[in-house]
Write a protein that binds this ligand. Structure first.
Ligand SMILES: [Zn+2]
Length: 260
């Protein structure tokens, strides 16, 4: 047996519990009579994760559901296997369903040929859809479902009292989840999601990567301003909305201005 390490009442995070980096953050929401997991991470780590859950004296059969915070491979590669072993429901945002059920290698960011990255994906049935505003009961805990698109279309966050399980929206250093058109990133939506998080009275952000941190509006504001810049930069390719240099150049061309 191992002693449970609660980061907040009813909340265990597996990296913190293990005191080592396993991969993505995996939150166990302990509702007393039952529990839920937010993400399960890579398949290779699943055995360790489930063993830890057992060692903490949770019954595997008391797992009410496994939630996919979004459909990226590092968060969900172990999902199908977890569903089989835990015999529980898998829940996700409607916009993640197709990617999870078809094990889409591009949309789950599992395959990047140019970098020889290939994470084998297994299709997984999604049993429960999580929509904006829904209240999710896990024993004596209630999670309020937030749809926070931007990193991916199906990115979810969950409000529980003064805590916000904030997904890949923002991390402690102000970095955000990867912006890439292949898995549906949208910078305009991203900024809206960050503004919503900033405006909320959540006191703590529990991200899907790295340390839990106190919500810091100055940090979020700086991040929003950075993303507002991205909207007009060629660096972000098809995720940018325009490229002012080319508009200016058009004027210069029309005026016949030569390089000098
Ligand atoms: Zn992630």
């Amino acid at each position: 047996m191992i002693e449970r390490v609660y980061v907040f009442p009813g909340v265990i995070e597996m990296n913190v519990q293990a005191r080592r980096r396993l991969g993505v953050n995996i939150y166990l929401i302990d509702g007393g009579s039952e529990y839920a997991l937010i993400d399960v991470g890579f398949l290779d780590d699943l055995t360790d994760v489930l063993e830890m859950i057992r060692q903490m004296d949770f019954r595997l059969s008391d797992c009410k559901m496994v939630i996919a915070s979004h459909a990226d491979a590092d968060h969900i590669q172990g999902l199908a296997r977890a569903r089989e072993i835990l015999k529980c429901k898998v829940a996700a945002h409607p916009k993640s369903v197709k990617h999870i059920e078809t094990a889409d290698e591009i949309a789950t960011y599992a395959r990047i040929d140019a970098q020889n990255i290939h994470i084998p994906m297994q299709p997984c049935k999604v049993d429960t859809l999580l929509e904006e505003g829904q209240k999710l009961k896990i024993g004596d805990k209630t999670l309020e479902v937030w749809s926070t698109p931007g990193h991916t279309e199906g990115q979810l966050a969950f409000r529980m009292g003064n805590l916000l399980f904030s997904g890949d929206n923002i991390f402690r250093d102000g970095c955000v989840g990867v912006i890439d058109a292949h898995h549906g990133s949208n910078i305009v939506d991203y900024i809206k999601s960050l503004k919503r998080i900033m405006a909320s009275d959540a006191e703590w952000l529990l991200p899907s990567h790295g340390p839990i941190f106190r919500k810091d509006n100055a940090l979020i504001q700086a991040t929003i301003e950075r993303l507002e810049g991205y909207l007009h930069m060629a660096d972000f390719g098809t995720c940018a909305i325009d490229w002012p240099l080319l508009d200016n150049w058009e004027d210069e061309l029309a005026k016949g201005i030569l390089p000098k």
